[in-house]
Design a protein around this ligand. Structure first.
Ligand SMILES: C[S@@+](CC[C@H](N)C(=O)[O-])C[C@H]1O[C@@H](n2cnc3c(N)ncnc32)[C@H](O)[C@@H]1O
Length: 214
């Protein structure tokens, strides 16, 4: 990114509405500096993944070289931007499922602002209905929508996962009871290595990270 583009992008900040950073050119919007500034100014709410958890997702995708990702629950795209950056680097693609049309519009706008519309597709609809329509060959999954439905999402996704897929599920400490069937299945299955980790103490919560062995 040219220095003058970045300065122009930063100066546009107060005029940009919901997101207080905007870029003037496609090249400027996909620069690492602009994306970093955009994420720092993101209208983050408690529904968004924490910055540390989002960074862990990004690192997991990059280190695995994942190519076909699915996020269940896009909200306004904070996690999707972080994961999209990783999928852009691996040459892969993320399908991010979201039930709320207003969230879908905002997520698309945010992804467009940082030049990630090609790396991430936001799919509008109930994930329980959308998942069966997705093609097989998925190698990365992030489940982060309705907590009692985690088992339903997983049951739809599991037959489409490649061996060696990485599965991440959010809020597995605070909402453990609501997803007890899902946690019990994955944690006791010989087909998965899994661990609950806390990349962030912000919500006093954690993520299940699982690796599909067979
Ligand atoms: C915790 S937020 C997701 C945060 C997002 N993953 C991130 O990293 O910023 C949960 C989202 O799941 C969506 N959701 C809830 N039930 C859903 C369903 N059945 N299908 C698709 N999305 C759903 C909600 O509308 C909400 O936006």
């Amino acid at each position: 990114m040219q220095r003058r583009d970045f300065i122009r992008a930063s100066m546009a900040a107060p005029l940009a509405g919901r997101i207080a950073v905007s870029a003037q050119t496609p090249a400027a919007s996909s620069s690492p500096e602009f994306r970093k500034a955009f994420l720092e100014k993101f209208p983050w709410t408690e529904l968004c993944t924490t910055p540390e958890d989002a960074m862990l997702l990004r690192i997991l995708i990059e280190s695995r070289g994942a190519k076909r990702g699915v996020e269940v629950g896009a909200n306004i795209g904070y996690g999707a931007i972080n994961m999209g950056i990783a999928f852009e680097r691996t040459g892969g693609h993320l399908s991010s499922l979201e039930i709320d049309p207003a969230n879908v519009r905002t997520a698309n706008k945010n992804l467009e602002s940082v030049g990630l519309s090609k790396s991430v597709t936001v799919v509008e609809g109930d994930a329980l209905k959308v998942i069966p329509t997705l093609p097989a060959g998925i190698d990365f999954v992030f489940i982060d929508a309705a907590k009692p439905q985690y088992m339903g999402y997983f049951q739809g996704l599991e037959p489409k996962l490649v061996r060696g897929a990485t599965l991440v599920a959010d809020n597995v400490i605070q909402s453990a009871r609501q997803m007890a069937d899902f946690l019990s299945y994955v944690q006791s299955s010989p087909n998965y290595d899994s661990v609950v980790i806390r990349a962030s103490m912000h919500k006093n919560d954690g993520m299940l990270v699982a690796f599909k062995i067979a």
